[in-house]
Design a protein around this ligand. Structure first.
Ligand code: NAD
Length: 370
């Protein structure tokens, strides 16, 4: 039986609470699943600052590099508002992404039938929605140089950000999108703005080449990112996999997030390059939400985003599709029975705590596995 090594970094605030429910799921899999998980805990964010005066230590970074996957909770909170800039809690996450070269950010937007009512869009537009946004995470305008603010000396200042992409960066992210599409509904939509941006011209050219060279069997289309944003709220079910750059991906994935209801439901994965020898990728899985200081310590956090992030690890790092499907079905069943944490409450639903939600999901896994 295979053994997978996980580094668990719960972080701050509700990060520790929702990670507790992932541990419950891992314990179930270790008893009933087809692989074993060895877990280690580590500190990141404010918790790491309190212990070691840095947002992540070199020793924890080394453990992250050695793990088969990192499962990350959330970092930050008012307690650390005044710590030195380089030691701020977010710096821990940024270092993990940078040092592990996690260039592909996968954000699924799935609307569980039981939650279709809580979307801000009409039920029939979002019910059954299942799309995947693949965002380039290590390049583009957030990192491009020059990145400056210059005083022009005449009472004016000039700010410059630089959008920059090389061919290889576009090739590797679109390959991730095409590979994902092959395991889903076989369709990729690439979004850029080639009408006004040179980086968009190159993006479109490279995606088209990769498609015709390597993925002819996948249905493929281009959309301008602005009209793509409109289509995303008008008729989101037309999409399967959307691939786009860092800036557009940041915005489009937040739009897609809102289609599904609550932040407490949204998982994500960040993947690095495939090692040609081991065929493994560096990978970090985390919920989209933050440390939610307003509800931390109250047992109110929804653990589904965190559990679903772990489910992504089962799918993309460990190829454990059967177990991943089982947990997804258990989550859907618990929601269908009307169990709700406060963030997704609705009329007639039964309000449960973080822990009760986790227990109900594991109980449902038990039932489904029989
Ligand atoms: P947040 O995601 O922590 O919270 C936004 C709102 O959503 C809050 O009202 C919160 O109660 C609610 N919420 C979030 N997750 C929930 C869950 N699982 N269940 C129920 N309700 C949930 O964002 P914020 O308030 O802007 O930021 C709080 C802190 O988290 C800040 O320090 C911020 O820097 C940090 N942050 C960290 C990450 C990360 O670690 N990846 C991401 C975003 C924000």
């Amino acid at each position: 039986m295979a053994t997978h090594k996980l580094l668990l970094l719960p972080g701050d605030g509700i990060g520790t609470e929702v990670m507790g429910e992932v541990k419950r799921v891992i314990a179930w899999l270790n008893k009933n699943g087809t692989a074993k998980f060895e877990t280690e805990d580590g500190l990141v964010g404010g918790a790491s600052y309190d212990a070691d005066k840095v947002a992540i230590t070199d020793a924890t970074m080394a453990r992250a590099q050695a793990a088969d996957a990192v499962i990350f909770g959330a970092v930050g909170g008012p307690k650390w508002a005044d710590v030195p800039y380089e030691a701020r809690p977010e710096a821990g996450l940024l270092r993990l992404r940078k040092d592990m070269a996690l260039f592909a950010n996968l954000r699924p937007a799935i609307c569980y039938p039981a939650l279709a009512e809580s979307s801000s869009l009409k039920k029939e537009i979002v019910e059954g929605l299942d799309i995947m946004i693949v965002r380039e995470l290590t390049g583009g305008v957030y990192f491009g140089e020059p990145k400056t603010i210059t005083d022009l000396g005449n009472g004016q200042k000039r700010a410059i950000d630089t959008q920059v992409y090389d061919t290889y960066e576009i090739e590797r992210i679109v390959r991730v999108a095409f590979e994902l599409a092959k395991k889903r509904r076989n369709k990729v939509t690439s979004m850029e703005k080639h009408n006004v941006m040179k980086s968009g011209v190159l993006w479109k050219e490279v995606v088209t080449q990769v498609h015709s060279r390597e993925y002819k069997d996948v249905q493929f289309e281009h959309q301008l990112a602005d009209s793509g944003a409109m289509q995303l709220v008008k008729y989101p079910k037309q999409f399967d996999v959307i691939v786009t750059d860092n800036l557009f991906g940041d915005i489009l994935s937040d739009i897609a997030a809102m289609l599904t209801g609550s932040l407490g439901m949204l998982p994500s994965a960040s993947l690095g390059e495939m090692d040609p020898k081991t065929k493994k990728r560096k990978a970090l899985y985390e919920p989209v939400h933050g440390s939610a200081p307003d509800i931390a310590g109250k047992g109110m956090a929804n653990p589904v985003a965190m559990i679903s992030s772990f489910v992504m690890a089962l799918r993309y790092s460990f190829d454990m599709q059967k177990e991943a499907d089982l947990i997804d079905q258990a989550v859907a069943a618990v929601l269908a029975k009307g169990l709700r944490t406060a963030d997704i409450k609705s009329d007639g639903a039964k309000m449960v705590s973080t822990q009760q939600m986790g227990e109900a999901i594991v109980a449902e896994m038990d039932t489904l596995a029989k």
